[in-house]
Design a protein around this ligand. Structure first.
Ligand code: PLP
Length: 393
């Protein structure tokens, strides 16, 4: 018998990849599948970004780079953060990694161990809970509620901090709900954290540029008083339709940037060199494609929320960010998983059960509207037919 490390039995997964595999298998077998399960833009990476990577390869950028990212890229990140949030960030505090996920894994590895507690959003991105459990730390869920538009309540979060809490994780705009936390709650959290100076915060702001109805993102970077304990996670995947390039970064406080770099050296050495040049082009080039993408998402968002609310037994609160909605399906008399399976096998619609994002996701499914308006409309028609057939049966 192989003797695996105990952490391996505690490692979770991201079901979106499993649903994608099942959806692809059904499609390969000839079934018509509309994929509303996937968490990535259905747009191509803008051409000038692709060109920059090709140029980098032709120019001979084939070797290792500094482990924390090439200096021009980290300077571009710093300038972009100034443009978007009006903040000054020393490029030395920026560590570029292969995707947003790597920052969360590193942050959780840095703080998690048996005896420690880490607070994370639930429903939330599944890797938070999985990685916390892997380290042996106690994963303390922060329930996100439909009645709050799936934003967090600062009072609730603060009430869960104990002497053992080392890290809190927040994410707005959020996966899987599209929820955006109200500015007043963010302010209240920052004030409340004054009482807990030894608690670090990881703010996952990967959807910060995908916001609707005139909402402006309030980055935690704006709070100088948090700078010595804030890890701000962002990246290229969602904003620039670059999920497969594997490009992410974080602003780390003080010495943690060096520790994150050390983890990078132990793990992946550096990010693909040509992708880093593409990253510079994304941050410094025209933003029209980003604006176009957000406009298309907004149109689909309004359509899908309306269509879901017309389905009997389904209700859906408005989502103000990202490209997900999280309809309530609890009145259908099935578990979230049964709804996910029924929609995929019977109606040919891939969605993700809310429970894939934590126990507080029961009663919901995640619907990604990163698909064409035509496909979304067809999916909603199929969803309606499926409900009618079930009722008739
Ligand atoms: N954070 C959140 C909230 C996400 O939803 C995702 C991806 O779905 C990530 C981070 C990871 O992004 P990446 O693909 O850049 O690793």
């Amino acid at each position: 018998m192989l003797q695996l490390a105990s952490g391996m039995s505690r490692l979770g997964t991201e079901s979106a990849f499993e649903v994608l595999a099942r959806a692809n298998a059904l499609a390969a077998a000839g079934k018509s599948i509309i994929n509303l399960g996937i968490g990535q833009p259905d747009f191509k990476t803008p051409a000038h970004i692709v060109e920059a990577a090709i140029k980098a390869l032709k120019d001979g950028h084939h070797g290792y780079t500094p482990a924390n990212g090439i200096p021009q890229l980290r300077e571009a990140v710093s300038a972009d953060l100034h443009r978007r949030h009006g903040v000054t960030v020393d490029p030395a505090q920026v560590v570029v990694v292969p995707g947003g996920k790597v920052t969360m894994f590193f942050a959780i590895l840095m703080f998690g161990e048996p005896g420690a507690e880490i607070i994370y959003p639930n429903p939330g991105f599944p890797i938070y809970e999985s990685a916390i459990n892997f380290t042996g730390a106690k994963a303390v869920p922060l329930p996100l509620l439909e009645k709050n538009g799936f934003g967090f309540s600062a009072d609730d979060l603060l009430s869960r901090i104990t002497d053992k809490t080392r890290l809190i994780i927040i994410n707005s705009p959020a996966n899987p709900t599209g929820g955006v936390t109200a500015d007043a709650e963010v302010e209240k959290l920052v004030k409340g954290l004054e009482k807990w100076p030894n608690v670090a915060i990881m703010s996952d702001e990967i959807y910060s540029e995908i916001l609707y109805e005139g909402r402006k993102h309030l980055s935690l970077l704006r709070y100088e008083q948090l700078r010595d304990r804030l890890i701000m996670l962002d990246g290229w995947s969602k904003t620039y339709a670059m999920t497969g390039w594997r490009m992410g970064y974080a602003v780390w406080p003080g010495k943690l940037a060096e520790l994150a770099t050390r983890l990078a050296i132990n793990c992946h050495s550096c990010v693909n060199a040509s992708a880093q040049y593409a990253g510079i082009a994304a941050l410094t080039g025209p933003k029209d494609d980003v604006a176009k993408m957000c406009k298309a998402f907004d149109e689909r968002r309004r359509f899908v929320v309306d269509a879901l609310n017309k389905l009997p037994g389904v209700s859906c609160v408005d989502a103000l960010g990202a490209f997900y909605v999280f309809p309530n399906v609890s009145k259908l008399g099935m578990s979230s998983k049964q709804v996910e399976t029924g929609l995929l096998n019977d109606a040919g619609i891939a969605t993700i059960a809310g429970t894939s994002f934590g126990s507080h996701g029961e009663g919901y499914i995640r619907v990604s509207y990163a698909n064409s308006l035509e496909n979304i409309a067809e999916a909603m028609r199929r969803f309606g037919d499926w409900l009618a057939q079930r009722k008739a049966a």
